[in-house]
Design a protein around this ligand. Structure first.
Ligand SMILES: COc1cc(/C=C/C(=O)SCCNC(=O)CCNC(=O)[C@H](O)C(C)(C)COP(=O)(O)OP(=O)(O)OC[C@H]2O[C@@H](n3cnc4c(N)ncnc43)[C@H](O)[C@@H]2OP(=O)(O)O)ccc1O
Length: 460
C-alpha cells in the first residue's frame, strides 16, 4: 500500500529526557551487540484505530527512561577499544516527532494492505544529516490520521537491543502510559543493561567452523556459483507477505514430520522455517547443485551458562544459527529440510555462543555470509504486538520496510499463526507465494490426514 501525500509537522521534534537523574556511564556493548550486522535502526510501526494522548505518551516515556536510560544516551566509538561502540549514557534524550497525514486511515493497514512500501518512510522523522552513530538510539514518531487513528513508529538502534529487549521496554512504556500516576509505574521485571556476561574470553577460542560467517567454497566453478547466487537477490525486489494461520501451521507440522512418533515431531518454527526456505528455493529455481544456507536468529538468554536471568537482559541475546544443504536436496524432501533446522538448533549451546563471541572479537567488523543464503528472524512470541498505550491494541504491527531477510511476524488475533514477510526478485514473487501456499489452500476443509506431496522436485 502506497502512502500518498506528505506528513505535516507543525512543530519541530523534541528531546524527551528521563524524569529523574540516571547513571552517567559509558556502557559496554557485547560483541553480539556491536557487530556490523546490527549497525542499523530497527523501524517498526504500530497502527491504532484510537487516538494516543501526546502528553501521556511523553510523560510515560520520560518516566520509563529512568529505568531504560541507555535509550536516552548516544552511541559513540570508544577511543580505548579500537573504535568499538559504547553507549554514552548522558541523558541527552529520545527524539520525539509528531506529525499528521491527511488521507490515510488505520483501516488502510488491515486486510492484506499491509505490505511495506517505500512511501511508508514518511512515518518516521529523519534528520538527513545525521549518521547512524549520531542519531539517537531511540527515535519516535507519532502520526495522527484523519480517521482519528494513530501510528506509532519506533526506531531503535539494533546494537542496543534485540526484539525481546525492545518488547520489554515498549511494554513498560505502555504500562506507564496506562497507569493513573506514571511516576508509580515500574517495569514488572527490572531491565538489565550490563552486558559483561557476554564478554569474550581472555584468550579467544573459535571452536566451531561457523559457516554463518564463512563463504561456502565454490569448488572448481566458483564464478558460476557466484553468478547463480546473485540471481537469488537480483533487483528489482518485491515484498511478499504470506500469512500462515494456526491451521496452516498445524498442517505444516504434520507435513514436515510425518512420523507418528512423539520423539520425531517438529515445532511450529521448524516446520515453517523449512517450508519457507524450500519455497524460496523452489521459486527461484537455482541449479540443483548450488549450496544453499539457512541462517536464523536464535535466542540465547536461556542457553548460556549461567542463564541471562538477573532481570530482563536488554542487550542482544541472540546468535545466527546456520543450516546447509543444496538446492536439489532442499526441493526434494520436506522432512529432511525440517531435520536440518532441528539439528542446527541443537548445535547451538553455551560453547557455540562463546565461540561466536570470540570470533566476533578476533574478526571485528566481519559480516555473515549472505550469498545463496535465506535468512529468517522470528519475532513471534516475543510480546511485541499486543501493546496498549491507552487506545487499545494495534490493528497492525510490522516493519517499516521489507528486506531480503525474512521475518516471521506475529498475527494479530491468531497467536499460533505467523506471517512471513520477505523481499524476493520481482519475477519470482508470485511463484514464491504459490510455493508458500502449496498444499495449504484447502486446509480448513479437507481431512487433515490426507497430506499432499509438495516435496517432489524443483519448480519449473
Ligand atoms: C531493537 O528494537 C527492535 C528489534 C526487533 C527485532 C529484532 C530482532 O529480530 S532480534 C532476533 C529476534 N529473534 C530471536 O531472538 C529468535 C527467538 N526465538 C528462538 O530463539 C526460538 O527458540 C527459535 C530458534 C526461533 C526456535 O523456536 P522453536 O522451534 O519454536 O523452539 P522453542 O522456542 O524452544 O519452542 C518449542 C515449543 O515450546 C513452546 N513455546 C515456546 N515459546 C512459547 C511461548 N512464548 N508461548 C507458548 N509456547 C511456547 C511451544 O509449544 C513450542 O512448540 P510449538 O510447536 O508450539 O511451536 C523488532 C522491533 C524492535 O523495536
Amino acid at each position: 500500500m502506497e502512502i500518498v501525500g506528505e506528513c505535516i509537522y507543525n512543530n519541530p521534534p523534541v528531546l524527551v529526557t528521563p524524569s529523574k537523574p540516571t547513571p552517567k556511564l559509558a556502557l559496554y556493548l557485547s560483541n553480539l551487540d556491536d557487530q556490523r550486522l546490527l549497525h542499523f535502526p530497527i523501524q517498526y510501526i504500530y497502527v491504532f484505530t484510537g487516538t494516543l494522548d501526546m502528553d501521556t505518551l511523553k510523560v510515560a516515556l520520560s518516566r520509563v527512561l529512568v529505568d531504560y536510560y541507555p535509550l536516552a544516551g548516544r552511541l559513540r566509538a570508544s577511543n580505548e577499544h579500537d573504535g568499538k561502540l559504547i553507549i554514552d549514557c548522558n541523558s541527552e534524550g529520545v527524539l520525539f516527532a509528531e506529525g499528521f497525514l491527511p488521507g490515510l486511515t488505520a483501516g488502510d493497514f488491515i486486510l492484506g494492505h499491509a505490505k511495506p512500501h517505500k512511501s511508508w518512510k514518511k512515518l518516521l522523522y529523519k534528520d538527513e544529516e545525521q549518521s547512524f552513530v549520531c542519531t539517537p538510539p531511540l527515535v519516535v514518531q507519532v502520526t495522527h490520521l484523519s480517521c482519528g487513528g494513530t501510528i506509532l513508529c519506533t526506531a531503535i538502534a539494533h546494537c542496543v537491543s534485540d526484539a525481546f529487549g525492545a518488547a520489554h521496554f515498549l511494554r513498560a512504556w505502555a504500562r506507564a502510559a496506562m497507569s493513573e500516576d506514571s511516576e508509580l509505574a515500574h517495569p514488572a521485571v527490572a531491565p538489565c543493561h550490563d552486558r559483561r556476561a557476554l564478554a569474550p574470553r581472555c584468550t579467544p577460542r573459535i571452536a566451531f567452523a561457523h559457516p554463518e560467517y564463512t563463504a561456502a567454497s565454490g569448488g572448481d566453478d566458483a564464478s558460476a556459483v557466484a553468478e547463480a547466487s546473485s540471481r537469488l537477490f537480483a533487483p528489482p525486489l518485491s515484498p511478499v507477505s504470506v500469512t500462515f494461520t494456526a491451521e496452516h501451521v498445524a498442517r505444516l507440522k504434520k507435513l514436515y514430520a510425518p512420523s507418528a512418533s512423539p520423539l520425531e515431531q517438529c515445532t511450529s518454527f521448524e516446520a515453517l522455517a523449512a517450508h519457507v526456505w524450500r519455497a524460496w528455493v523452489r521459486a527461484l529455481d537455482p541449479p540443483a547443485s548450488l549450496p544453499i544456507k539457512l541462517l536464523f536468529t536464535m535466542g540465547i538468554r536461556r542457553l548460556v551458562k549461567p542463564e541471562l536471568s538477573g532481570g530482563c537482559y536488554c542487550g542482544n541475546g541472540f546468535v545466527l544459527a546456520c543450516a546447509e544443504s543444496t538446492a536439489g536436496q532442499l526441493a526434494a524432501s520436506a522432512p529432511d529440510a525440517a531435520r536440518l533446522v532441528q539439528e542446527t538448533k541443537q548445535r547451538v549451546d553455551d560453547d557455540y555462543v562463546r565461540s561466536v563471541i570470540d570470533l566476533l572479537e578476533v574478526r571485528r567488523g566481519c559480516l555473515p555470509d549472505l550469498a545463496a543464503t535465506f535468512t529468517i528472524s522470528s519475532l513471534t512470541r516475543q510480546g511485541l504486538e499486543d501493546i496498549d498505550f491507552g487506545a487499545g491494541t494495534p490493528v497492525h504491527f510490522g516493519p517499516l520496510t521489507s528486506e531480503v531477510y525474512c521475518l516471521f511476524l506475529p498475527v494479530i488475533g491468531d497467536p499460533r499463526g505467523a506471517t512471513a514477510l520477505v523481499s524476493v526478485p520481482q519475477a519470482a514473487a508470485d511463484s514464491f507465494e504459490r510455493c508458500c501456499h502449496d498444499g495449504l489452500d484447502d486446509v480448513d476443509v479437507e481431512d487433515k490426514n490426507q497430506l499432499p506431496n509438495i516435496g517432489d522436485g524443483m519448480a519449473s
